[in-house]
Design a protein around this ligand. Structure first.
Ligand code: SAM
Ligand code: SF4
Length: 326
């Protein structure tokens, strides 16, 4: 049975955060000192995560699962979870900061992961440090190479642009993607930073990114977007493609097919949801798959038409991006 929300959108995509912890401290995501981490006993076990995912796939025909965090690779034995989720037969992907991928890429691939997104917000050591508050640029670049070496294809690189911080690197990023054979995806900065530093003026519009790159490496749009958030453009000379995720300036809420599970087992029907459904209590009090499915369906029944970033009625979620799972 399809899971259709009140606005006629069929929900098919589950983002699972496996931890709120991270080895970096990106300023658009987490405060410098980190957060109050969840207790280990509050985290869903891999068996509990697999059970929620299986209910979503078997009962509602979900077709996509993404593992995220916090930083998913700081959770022990991640390939064990990948193997369990890969067995569900959906399009399984992972978002990581890449810092430990040299150690893990091969095992993740062997466990059945086929798609990977790696975050990289600057190619300049000082700016990388200013954004992530860690000296890890070399490790991340090596992690990207490790992902390519392990056979992930395409490797997608997520880049959050912030005005005055890294918006001078747009063309450098394009050159990087072309040289390394990876797909750059530019994401607009959203008001989910723990430091509350977001303001409309900090957002670098996707259209500006496309224009800047097109002026140096001519681009053309391709493929109708569907429910995928990225608008895709390919280089006219055949040297690959880029994606632009204009979540703020051109919201794609109208075709959103996504829901989220936090590391502590809270189900969220939107990145910006202010209400959550506690699936962990159901899991840990002997609830059945029917109970889980009913809770998921009820929560999706409250999915909003869309976010209102930049409008007076916007309510900032209590949780930061690292806690919700980007
Ligand atoms: N730690 C992993 C990583 O950095 O890729 C996965 C979790 S992270 C929260 C997932 C994605 O969310 C990353 O690509 C990150 O750049 C993005 N992100 C975090 N905070 C954001 C914000 N305030 N606005 C837009 N994107 C953000
Ligand atoms: Fe960590 Fe990813 Fe958030 Fe950066 S964006 S602090 S790497 S969770």
């Amino acid at each position: 049975m399809d899971l259709v929300d009140p606005h006629g959108r069929t929900v098919r995509d589950l983002r699972i955060s496996v931890t709120d912890r991270c080895n970096l401290r990106c300023r658009y995501c987490m405060p410098a000192e980190g957060m109050d981490w969840l207790a280990r006993s509050d985290l869903l076990t891999y068996e509990e995560i697999e059970r929620v995912a299986r209910v979503c796939v078997e009962r509602f025909g979900f077709t996509g699962i993404r593992i995220t965090g916090g930083e998913p690779t700081v959770r022990a034995h991640l390939p064990v979870l990948v193997e369990k989720l890969a067995a569900l037969g959906t399009d399984l992907s992972l978002t990581t900061n890449g810092a430990t991928l040299r150690l893990l890429a091969g095992d993740l691939r062997a466990a059945g992961l086929r798609r990977i997104n790696i975050s990289l917000d600057s190619l300049r050591p000082e700016a990388f440090f200013a954004i992530t508050r860690r000296h890890a640029l070399e490790q991340v670049l090596d992690g990207i190479d490790a992902a390519v070496d392990a056979g992930f294809s395409p490797v997608k690189i997520n880049c959050v642009l912030i005005r005055g911080v890294n918006d001078g690197e747009i063309v450098d990023f394009a050159a990087f993607g072309r040289e390394r054979g990876v797909t750059m995806r530019f994401i607009e900065f959203m008001p989910l930073d723990a430091d509350d530093g977001w303001a409309p003026a900090t957002v670098v519009p996707g259209a500006e990114v496309v224009a800047a790159i097109d002026a140096v490496y001519p681009l053309e749009p391709f493929e109708v977007r569907g429910s995928a958030p990225a608008e895709r453009f390919r280089y006219r000379d055949g040297a690959g493609e880029i994606g632009v995720i204009a979540s703020v300036t051109q919201s794609f809420c109208g075709s959103c097919d996504r829901v989220r599970l936090t590391a502590d087992g809270m189900f969220r029907n939107c990145l910006f949801a202010v209400k959550e459904t506690d699936l962990r209590s159901i899991l840990r009090s002997g609830g059945s798959d029917d109970d889980l499915a009913a809770a998921v369906a009820a929560d999706v029944g409250g999915k909003w038409a869309g976010h209102s970033i930049g409008k007076v009625n916007f309510i900032r979620p209590d949780r930061s991006m690292s806690q919700i799972g980007g």
